[in-house]
Design a protein around this ligand. Structure first.
Ligand code: FE2
Length: 397
């Protein structure tokens, strides 16, 4: 059995098939037998937030996610609340401290709301950890079984950039709502239409001069491959710049662009993130949707703030020659501030939200792919100009 034929547990639950996933997030065939660290796909993204109880309401009521599981004082977890939400194949776990001595409270004090764990579903936890350990990874949790009445999960964890970790999960022998210790809990807000289907990529911001060592980490320890490379002028504006490289799991389910600041005349958005997050961390999560216009309309009506796109972006005489024909008139994109980019494989539509929390750190991207396997390289300059206008307004530029 080769891994590209395997759906993750959450993809199966979302009724996604490989064709639909290929359109949503781009997949490639590959030989998992030759992969020292085979990854099936995303398992969950765990967040530490200042108020998980309210965040769970927000993510349901605004972002249209469905609540599926819970852990907290009522279930014997006296340390924190954890709400597990889904949208399509995406699973978020929102953790908030109950006990003032909880490590989640410390994490929140240091970083504000943010991503603590990008958990991956793997077919063989022990094989991954044996390889990672031999390559010098920091193993935060050795492979072990966790069991409840729904079965057994085998899991382990390795350290990634900053205080971020990758938990590895083999849930092939488990049928419960999430993980042992969590109970099924349905939505507390009436469910609406699903606004996004799958996680496309998670961007990590790392310190100046550390991008290549993190690219090497994903190559050497996790068997990831290079996907695309954007360096220097491609994404420089007059005032600031960044360097970015993208690594992906063998099947391209899991894609990690890694950014580092590049010296500019003024402070870059990566510097601002590093200052306010207190070090490296997950900068944005790209959520794949089949209809970005509808997604943006619903979210805007619910009060979500998106980064403004300069009108000049749509008036650019080169825009048409750069993007060619797309599925809707440019006026439909302009009225919503949606960006468009094209490469040799097709095009993509994308838009970025304002930071989700109080600190100017983590945010969402919504992305609708039409063949393009890129990340919107042609839009970086437009995006950066938009972000820098926001930074100026906050006085951090
Ligand atoms: Fe992105």
């Amino acid at each position: 059995m080769s891994i590209e034929q395997t759906l993750t547990d959450s993809e199966r639950l979302a009724d996604l098939d490989l064709d639909r996933l290929r359109r949503l997030v781009g997949l490639v065939e590959y030989d998992s037998a030759a992969d020292p660290f085979p990854v099936t796909g995303w398992d969950a993204v765990a967040w530490a937030v200042g108020n998980a109880t309210q965040a769970a309401q927000l993510f349901q009521g605004v972002y249209g996610m469905e609540q599926v599981a819970y852990s907290g004082p009522e279930t014997g977890n006296r340390d924190h609340h954890a709400y597990v939400l889904r949208s399509g194949a995406i699973r978020f776990e929102l953790r908030g401290a109950v006990d003032p001595a909880s490590p989640i409270a410390d994490h929140h004090r240091a970083h504000g709301d943010g991503v603590v764990d990008i958990a991956l579903e793997v077919p063989d936890v022990d094989r991954c950890i044996d390889h990672a350990r031999a390559q010098g990874a920091t193993v935060l949790a050795a492979p072990h079984d966790v069991t409840d009445e729904h079965g057994t999960v085998r899991t382990a964890a390795i350290a990634a950039y900053g205080d971020t970790r990758h938990t590895l999960v083999d849930r092939s022998r488990y049928t419960g709502p999430y993980l042992p210790g969590y109970v099924a809990r349905g939505s507390s807000v009436p469910p609406g239409p699903r606004l996004f289907e799958a996680l496309d990529h998670v961007v990590g911001n790392v310190e100046l001069g550390r991008m290549d060592s993190w690219v090497d980490f994903y190559h050497r320890i996790m068997g990831f491959t290079n996907m695309a490379e954007f360096v220097g002028d491609d994404i420089a504006t007059e005032y600031s710049a960044l360097m970015s490289k993208v690594v992906a799991s063998g099947n391209h389910r899991v894609k990690f662009p890694l950014n580092e600041p590049s010296p500019g005349r003024k402070r870059s958005q990566i510097d601002e993130f590093l200052d306010f997050y207190g070090g490296p961390g997950a900068q944005h999560l790209a959520l794949a949707t089949g209809d970005i216009l509808d997604t943006v309309d619903v979210l805007r009506a619910r009060g979500v703030q998106f980064l403004p796109t300069p009108d000049a972006y749509y008036d650019d005489p080169d825009l048409r020659s750069r993007i060619g024909e797309v599925r809707v008139p440019i006026s439909e994109l302009r009225s919503r501030g949606i960006l468009v980019d094209r490469d040799e494989d097709g095009y993509l539509l994308q838009i970025f939200t304002a930071p989700l929390g109080d600190r100017p750190t983590v945010f969402f991207e919504f992305i609708e792919r039409h063949g393009s396997l890129g990340f919107g390289k042609g839009n970086f300059k437009a995006l950066f100009e938009a972000i820098e206008r926001e930074q100026s307004r906050r006085g951090n530029f």
